[in-house]
Design a protein. Structure first.
Length: 72
């Protein structure tokens, strides 16, 4: 499960950075896919969305701060 968590985390970083760059007019995912919403771009967006859902569902059990027994 640690590998799945790391993959989801990396995908969330990619998605977050892409959103930040989109605010300045650069969409890296679409640049890499040739400037259009092709299969590659859709696949990346779907994977980032699934990673977010996975992290929402499993965050509390994998986070050291949010998990059971934390002082917060």
């Amino acid at each position: 499960m640690k590998a799945l968590h790391m993959i989801a985390f990396i995908l969330l970083i990619v998605g977050g950075l892409n959103w930040a760059l989109t605010a300045f007019g650069w969409n890296v995912v679409e640049m890499l896919s040739g400037g259009e919403m092709g299969t590659f771009a859709k696949t990346v967006y779907v994977l980032v969305g699934l990673a977010a859902l996975y992290e929402v569902a499993t965050h509390k059990s994998t986070c050291r701060v949010c998990g059971a027994g934390s002082s917060m």
